[in-house]
Design a protein around this ligand. Structure first.
Ligand SMILES: [Zn+2]
Length: 247
C-alpha cells in the first residue's frame, strides 16, 4: 500500500514575503517547496489544510474520509470550505474549529481505534499544544507522530518495533516553545536520540518549518550522518511534497 505525502510544511511557510534567502527556498519549487501538512493513504486524508484540495487534485487522489491529528491552521484549514467527506477528530479539535462548516463529524477519543476501508488506525495522545491537543496514530508498520512537543514514553512504546516512524521536523537542534509554552516542537536531533535502538528502520521527518529550511538533500545527508554517529539503526528521510512510501 502506498502512502503519499501531499504536504510537508508547517505554518512557518507563511513567512513567504521574507527577504531571507533560506526562507525563500520554500518557493523555488522542487523538494524545497512545501504545501501544508497532509498525508494520503487508502482513501484517507490525514490532516486537511487549505491547500489539500489542490494537492489531492494534483496527485489525482480522492479522499473518502479525513482524520485530523489536531486543529492547527496548517493541518485543518481546508475545512473552512464545506465538504461532505466525514471528518474524524477529537472533540477538542472540533471545538477549536467550531466556526468551520463541518457537518459530518466523527468524534474520536485519543486511544481509540478507527477502522476505515480495511485499515485500523490506533490513535494515541501526543504532547504538542495545550490549546489544540494532538493525536498520533499507528497503522500497519507505521507510527505517525506528527507535530510533537515531546516524544514521551507513550509514543516510544507505540513505536517500538515499528518499521516506519513519521514525526515532527519543525526544528533541527533546539526545542521550539511558543509564548507561555502553549505549543511545542521537539527538535529533530533530540527525537533521533530518543528513537534510536527501538527497532525502527525508517525515520521520516515532515512538517518542516523555517528552522529546517535547508536545501532538502543537504539536510537529509546531514541527518543520516548524525544517525551513523549515534549508531542509530534507521535510515532518515526528510519528506517532500509528492514523496511516496510503501507501507
Ligand atoms: Zn500543530
Amino acid at each position: 500500500m502506498k502512502l503519499t505525502f501531499l504536504g510537508t510544511g508547517n505554518l512557518d511557510r507563511s513567512t513567504e514575503k521574507s527577504d531571507d534567502p533560506i526562507t525563500n527556498a520554500y518557493h523555488k519549487g522542487g523538494k524545497d517547496h512545501r504545501a501544508f501538512n497532509c498525508l494520503f493513504l487508502n482513501g484517507v486524508c490525514v490532516d486537511y489544510p487549505e491547500d489539500a484540495p489542490e494537492q489531492l487534485e494534483k496527485y489525482k487522489l480522492k479522499p473518502r474520509a479525513i482524520i485530523l491529528t489536531h486543529g492547527h491552521y496548517d493541518h485543518a484549514s481546508g475545512l473552512k470550505k464545506p465538504t461532505t467527506i466525514p471528518v474524524y477528530a477529537q472533540q477538542t479539535t472540533f471545538d477549536l474549529l467550531s466556526s468551520y462548516p463541518i457537518t459530518h463529524k466523527r468524534i474520536v477519543r485519543a486511544g481509540q481505534g478507527i477502522l476505515l476501508y480495511g485499515i485500523k488506525y490506533f490513535t494515541f495522545p501526543v504532547k504538542h499544544s495545550f490549546t489544540s491537543p494532538s493525536m498520533g496514530m499507528k497503522f500497519g508498520k507505521v507510527t505517525l507522530v506528527g507535530d510533537c512537543g515531546e516524544v514521551d514514553p507513550m509514543v516510544i512504546l507505540k513505536t517500538t518495533g515499528q518499521r516506519i516512524v513519521i514525526t515532527d521536523g519543525a526544528s533541527l537542534s533546539k526545542k521550539i516553545v511558543s509564548d507561555k509554552g502553549i505549543e511545542q516542537h521537539e527538535s529533530i536531533l533530540e527525537q533521533m536520540n530518543k528513537f534510536k535502538s527501538k527497532g525502527i528502520k525508517h525515520l521520516v521527518f515532515t512538517g518542516m518549518g523555517v528552522r529546517t529550511l535547508y536545501p532538502h538533500e543537504k539536510l537529509e545527508i546531514a541527518l543520516n550522518q548524525y544517525a551513523d554517529k549515534i549508531n542509530a539503526d534507521y535510515q532518515v528521510s526528510v519528506a517532500f511534497d509528492g514523496m511516496e512510501i510503501n507501507v
